[in-house]
Design a protein around this ligand. Structure first.
Ligand code: APR
Ligand code: PHB
Length: 384
């Protein structure tokens, strides 16, 4: 088989890239290790910047998001129980859309017409610096696809980044000594907007998926196991980290999903090696504080799609040559913001009482300064 672009991975990055390419008449084949049901069973974040909303519209996959998504004009913050609201609309005239990544993935999958090969095993990249091809095994039979370019949209653990020779990439990483224990529950959100809470016992987040489904997280030390957290234990711990009124109002219920995600900041540079481009989690990871992961994946593939469309349409390599530098400029700003929000809201045992006083001062400065709030609002709703 031969195609123009092989896309490895059918997460939001791969599916969006494939969709933008197919709309422009550029051929692609998506190779995904898992089944569609498995991909749609993963619970991920759910806050879309305006740029991601616009991109979903451009992809012709925005109808359900506009019908079911929730527009949020602000976000709640709490520090040791002191509550404040950051009013995005009043501060900068922008908003975010709360709509689950799982739903984004479902809508993009439904929109795609070009071939996708699910349950493709042993995906391997070959000759990425020359005449690239990809091999895989489907139903026990080895297959080969030759192509012009490969888009590595296969997440942090995928084969694309791993296939590059030693020394081809510079890696930048910070691993945080804690994770987020998250639960999903069929109960209405405790408040209309999200609440990010700092507490001496650790970070907590009240989020949501719909008017009847909520998502909550608490910071837990690394090495913790979800199985050791009964629902009762989770709710008790969450209540202690929220302000008393919110803790009192919390609509608790049986969890329908419970899992722990590690926190990491990671960037690989550059994003291009020969005919291979990296995009999304394959190239970078942000800690979830600030909800930038999905939005960065979207902005990467918007740039990459336009660059490839320009290559085929105008026979110009300007876009593909500039892709890495272009995308990295935005990526590092999102890395900075996610690191900053993580630093402000979590407890870091190693920084001691001095560290907590500095966090308190940072919070007081933020809620007392319109400029600081505008900065948060700009970053949270998405830098252009
Ligand atoms: N072969 C084929 N596909 C693979 C392989 C492989 N060997 N390894 C991984 N994949 C697939 C995964 O199964 C997954 O469906 O690549 C896809 C990568 O998707 P995501 O992990 O969702 O990454 P991305 O599309 O970049 O989206 C980024 O996802 O993890 C969140 O916080 C992140 O919200 C952000 C978003
Ligand atoms: C989520 O709803 O899962 C979520 C929301 C905001 C974040 C992270 C996760 O910052």
């Amino acid at each position: 088989m031969r195609t123009q672009i092989v896309i490895v991975g059918a997460g939001p990055a791969g599916l969006m890239l494939g969709r933008l390419l197919e709309q422009a008449g550029v051929e692609s084949v998506i190779l995904e290790r898992r089944s569609p049901d498995y991909v749609l069973g993963r619970i991920r974040a759910g806050v879309l910047e305006q740029g991601s909303v616009d991109l979903l519209d451009r992809a012709g996959a925005g109808a359900r998001m506009h019908a079911e998504g929730l527009v949020h004009e602000g976000v709640g913050l709490s520090f040791d129980g002191d509550r404040h609201r950051i009013d995005f609309s009043a501060l900068i005239g922008r908003q975010v859309m709360v709509y689950g990544q799982t739903e984004v993935t479902r809508d993009l999958m439904a929109a795609r017409q070009a071939p996708s090969i699910y349950e493709a095993e042993n995906v391997e990249l070959h000759d990425v610096d020359g005449a690239p091809w990809v091999s895989y095994v489907k139903d026990g039979v080895s297959q080969r696809i030759d192509c012009d370019f490969i888009a590595g949209c296969d997440g942090f653990h995928g084969p694309s980044r791993a296939s590059l020779p030693e020394g081809a990439l510079s890696l930048f990483e910070r691993v945080y000594p804690f994770g987020w224990l998250g639960i999903l529950v069929d109960r209405p959100p405790v408040e209309h907007e999200l609440i990010y809470a700092h507490h001496a016992r650790g970070f907590a987040l009240c989020s949501q998926r719909s008017p009847s489904r909520s998502r909550y997280y608490i910071q837990v030390p690394e090495g913790e196991r979800a199985a050791d957290w009964s629902d009762t234990r989770f709710w008790d711990e969450l209540r202690q980290r929220l302000d008393p009124a919110t803790a009192e109002a919390l609509p608790t219920g049986p969890s329908i999903e419970k899992s722990i995600a590690p926190l990491r900041s990671f960037v690989a540079e550059p994003l291009r090696f020969g005919k291979l481009f990296l995009a999304g989690d394959a190239a970078h990871i942000v800690p979830p504080t600030g909800a930038k992961g999905l939005n960065l994946a979207m902005s990467d593939v918007a740039l990459l799609a336009d660059a490839l469309i320009e290559f085929y349409g105008e026979k110009s390599t300007a876009g593909i040559d500039a892709y890495s530098a272009h995308a990295l400029a935005r990526i590092w700003k999102a890395e900075r913001f996610s690191w900053w929000m993580t630093s402000l809201f979590h407890t870091f045992p190693e920084t001691g009482p001095f560290g907590r006083r500095i966090q308190r001062a940072e919070f007081d400065y933020l809620v007392g300064s319109v400029a600081a709030q505008q900065s948060l609002a700009e970053n949270y709703t998405g830098l252009r």
